[in-house]
Design a protein around this ligand. Structure first.
Ligand SMILES: Nc1ncnc2c1ncn2[C@@H]1O[C@H](COP(=O)(O)OP(=O)(O)OP(=O)(O)O)[C@@H](O)[C@H]1O
Length: 536
């Protein structure tokens, strides 16, 4: 059975209970839905009948092994239908992408079987994750209203499912002493569906990295000390944490290796060879998250070049650095910081000539300038500070209007993520007139305002604080012109062009300027203290 091409899911069962009936139903459903007979196979195997499966004999739970082209790459213990479902969908999607040439087959680490009594499951999942993580699920009611959760002690399961599917939950992967940025996900549950949804559609991953810097021995204990444990479910058992990560953040391992760095092109290089540098950045697999031209002040140049202050060329250097715009970039890539440093080479041309002739420092060296024309952050901490300095985050208020469908909301969340916004706060609310007035205070005296209120009363809206450098104008650019018809002509990829119906039903709203953003955020999210900083 391991010779099958593609994915083979093996249901390892015990003789005394037989294969799991519920899972057989799931497998049939997936066979029909995915329609991939060539690359999706299900088999059953009795634990006692095959020597390799002996470690699973006498297990009280079924085991599901996932074999890809003959290699067992992962396993799931227990009849956890959502997890098995998600794993199969992920692996089949991967096979589809590989077949379409959109991705290279990953290097699978074949898992080895040891006696299941020895707590192996967590380790097998954990082999590439060297950090210890906890999962925190902030419950919907806490997200929406901040009220105490009503059902806490020994909830009835049905009530619990109802509670958890009433709205948005925040799901966080948190770690101690974390230098990387684990992702955060907001999940909008479908209130009509009492079962936890099983497809990837109900999971929209937000680019909302959340770094918890505070040290705690146990996240649960920390939340109890803060008197907020009732708002949040915490999972700290390694096996379960890995299962949750697999469900909610299937690409977690690759995300957690991504690093941001600040890169700087000094004025001469920026003016003369920007395109060459951009081609290199692209060829080396970096994603440019943000970029801006900046004319450095003398003070800024002196701070950046502090290490050369005793050199006789220091004066010329500062003059050169302040002579015109430099280009600041935020670059993202796996191992991005180190890779950029290696590419650009040492900080002085002299040093590069001695040991790194192939570096960009030599490639772009000019006679008059002894310093590397390119800069990269020295450490992840330095990168974070420099990025904050050159790209100070700004908040804007964004709203998705009631008429947007569930699918459209999902797509808007993806657009937000792609554009590099953090969703700093989010609530799903049926806006009252009073709340709408707080958002639209500028137009309350217009004739059409009553129509705006009517549109907003048709159902719940999603209100968000979006955070990013230049957030106000970036969000307005993504929204497009107010009138969807105009948007279709002038900005066909914008949200209003795609999902707007009329001027009133134009899908989204955003603050017009920084001042308005701060005012409306303060009014709608009273507990939030916005820090919209003016740019340097
Ligand atoms: N002439 C109009 N007729 C009907 N509705 C309008 C008209 N002008 C604006 N609106 C509605 O009122 C909302 C707020 O108007 P405003 O003038 O603030 O537009 P905007 O700044 O382009 O968009 P928004 O504030 O929604 O981001 C618009 O999004 C639109 O739905």
């Amino acid at each position: 059975m391991l010779q099958n091409k593609g994915l083979t899911v093996i249901d390892v069962y015990q003789a005394w209970c037989g294969p799991c009936k519920a899972m057989q139903t799931l497998f049939r459903k997936l066979k029909t839905e995915l329609n991939e007979d060539e690359i999706l196979h299900f088999v059953v195997a009795e634990a006692n009948s095959i020597a390799t499966l002996q470690p699973f004999r006498d297990n009280c739970e079924p085991i599901f092994l996932f074999s890809v082209n003959g290699k067992i790459v992962t396993k799931i213990e227990g009849a956890n239908a959502p997890l098995v479902n998600q794993k199969i969908i992920n692996l089949i999607n991967e096979e589809r992408k590989i077949a379409a040439g959109e991705m290279v087959r990953p290097q699978y680490h074949e898992i080895t079987f040891v006696d299941s009594d020895t707590e192996d499951a967590g380790e097998a999942f954990n082999e590439n994750v060297d950090q210890l993580y906890s999962i925190a699920i902030i419950k919907p009611e806490a997200v929406i209203t901040g009220k105490t959760i009503k059902i806490k002690e020994k909830p009835d399961f049905e009530d619990f499912v109802t509670l958890m599917t009433t709205g948005i939950s925040y799901i966080l992967v948190v770690s101690q002493d974390n230098k990387q940025e684990p992702p955060c996900e907001e999940t909008v549950s479908n209130p009509e569906n009492k079962e936890p949804k099983e497809t990837s559609e109900d999971q929209h991953e937000m680019a909302t990295p959340t770094v918890m810097r505070k040290k705690w021995d146990s996240l649960q204990e920390y939340l109890e000390r803060q008197n907020i444990s009732q708002f949040c479910d915490v999972e700290e058992n390694t096996t379960n944490v890995n299962k949750f990560i697999d469900i909610f953040f299937p690409d977690f391992k690759s995300i957690s290796k991504l690093e941001k760095t600040l890169a700087l092109l000094r004025p001469d290089l920026f003016q003369e060879k920007k395109e060459d540098v951009f081609n290199i950045i692209q060829d080396e697999g970096f994603k440019i998250l943000m970029q801006r031209e900046i004319v450095l002040s003398e003070e800024e140049a002196k701070t950046l070049c502090k290490e050369y202050e005793n050199e006789d060329y220091f004066g010329n250097l500062i003059e050169n650095m302040t002579s015109g715009p430099s280009l600041a970039l935020v670059l993202l890539r796996e191992n991005g910081l180190q890779h950029w440093k290696e590419l650009i080479g040492p900080s002085t041309v002299e040093e590069a000539k001695e040991r790194l002739l192939e570096s960009l420092c030599i490639q772009f060296a000019t006679k008059s300038f002894p310093i590397n024309q390119l800069y990269g952050s020295d450490s992840l901490e330095a990168a974070e500070m420099e990025i904050q300095y050159f790209f100070p985050p700004q908040n804007t208020l964004a709203l998705i209007k009631p008429h947007a469908t569930h699918e459209q909301r999902e797509e808007i969340f993806s657009i937000i993520k792609e554009a590099g916004f953090d969703i700093t706060q989010m609530k799903e609310i049926l806006l009252t007139k009073e709340q709408a007035d707080k958002i639209y205070f500028k137009i309350t005296n217009k004739d059409f305002y009553k129509d705006v209120l009517e549109i907003l009363s048709e159902g719940p809206s999603v209100v968000m604080i979006l955070t990013k450098w230049n957030a106000v104008s970036e969000w307005r650019r993504l929204m497009g012109p107010t009138d969807p018809e105009e948007a279709k002509l002038l900005s066909p990829d914008s949200i209003r062009a795609k999902f707007g119906i009329t001027v009133l039903k134009n899908c989204v709203h955003g603050s017009s300027n920084i001042q308005e953003a701060m005012e409306t955020i303060n009014r709608i999210f009273e507990e939030f203290v916005p820090e919209n900083s003016e740019e340097h």
